[in-house]
Design a protein around this ligand. Structure first.
Ligand code: 9D3
Length: 265
């Protein structure tokens, strides 16, 4: 899969392309990330990419011509492609959208800055507008990186084989169970003994129960779309009977629950 990203801050994307799983995927040729500097397509002598809004008002608007020339410079990959504009007005990014974008051969992401881009870019060149959530950022670059990150890990071969698409579609509607590693006792708090028992049947049920309990307490909205087995439903019914422990204090004594950084000092 190929990603083309249009931005006036191309250097920001080193954070995405040089590190971690996405960096590895680029190196290994599983994905291609082409970052295009919109300013390279601006007009001499001033190389402006933005201008004052018609009708007046605060701030600046991105000029259409450099963006169009940048779009026209992008090689077309055979197969399905989409042009997405990152805007606070867009469709909210969810895992389901990431999954459908993952089927494309080419995804072109246009990052806005200032107050936004000239409306005629949206109307003539953009297939879809996407937002990553209801909070105000300073531009579309971080949202574009969020999309590339979320979509890349769904491209076959990017994650190890350890996590199949099937396993994930089953899992991703519930919150995770707690994870532990060595040491077995940390600041007086033990790893739940069941995890050391070697009884994989019991461990599976414990983890599933933890996932269901955490989801019930923190994100009950997620349970509606979860694919729950009969066993899951039985566990949930039991959890709903019991008085619920606070999400942050469950299994911890008061003295361990101050959540300050004393232990790190
Ligand atoms: C405070 C300025 N706003 C009122 C005039 C409009 C506005 C314009 C541009 C608000 C934010 C931005 C920059 N943000 C994005 O380009 C953006 C974004 C976001 O802010 N939050 C979540 N998803 C996205 S996708 C692109």
């Amino acid at each position: 899969m190929r990603f083309d990203i249009l931005t006036i801050f191309p250097d920001m994307f080193a954070a995405l392309t040089r590190f971690g799983i996405v960096g590895q995927a680029v190196k290994g040729g599983k994905i291609e990330i082409n970052v295009v500097n919109i300013r390279d397509f601006s007009d001499k002598p001033h190389f402006m990419t933005d201008d004052r809004p018609y009708g007046g008002g605060e701030g600046m608007v991105m000029k259409p011509e450099p963006i169009v020339r940048a779009l026209q410079s992008i090689p077309k990959v055979p197969g399905n492609r989409k042009v997405i504009l990152l805007t606070p007005q867009g469709q909210l990014l969810e895992q389901s959208l990431a999954r459908s974008l993952g089927t494309l051969a080419q995804l072109i992401l246009v990052c806005g800055r200032y107050e936004g881009v000239d409306e005629r870019i949206r109307s003539r060149y953009v297939d879809m507008e996407v937002s990553i959530g209801d909070y105000i950022l300073t531009g579309g670059e971080i949202p574009a990186m969020v999309i590339v990150d979320a979509v890349s890990r769904l491209v076959p071969g990017v994650l190890g084989s350890e996590r199949s698409a099937l396993e994930e579609s089953f899992e991703d509607s519930l919150l995770e169970y707690p994870q532990y590693t060595r040491p077995p006792i940390f600041q007086g708090e033990s790893v739940p003994s069941i995890l050391l028992s070697g009884d994989h049947g019991k461990i599976r049920i414990w983890r599933r129960t933890q996932s269901l309990q955490k989801t019930l307490e923190r994100r009950p909205d997620l349970l509606k779309r979860a694919s729950l087995s009969e066993e899951d439903r039985a566990i949930l019914e039991e959890l709903k009977q019991r008085p619920s422990t606070s999400a942050t204090t469950a299994g911890r004594s008061k003295s361990h629950d101050t959540n300050d950084l004393d232990g790190l000092a």
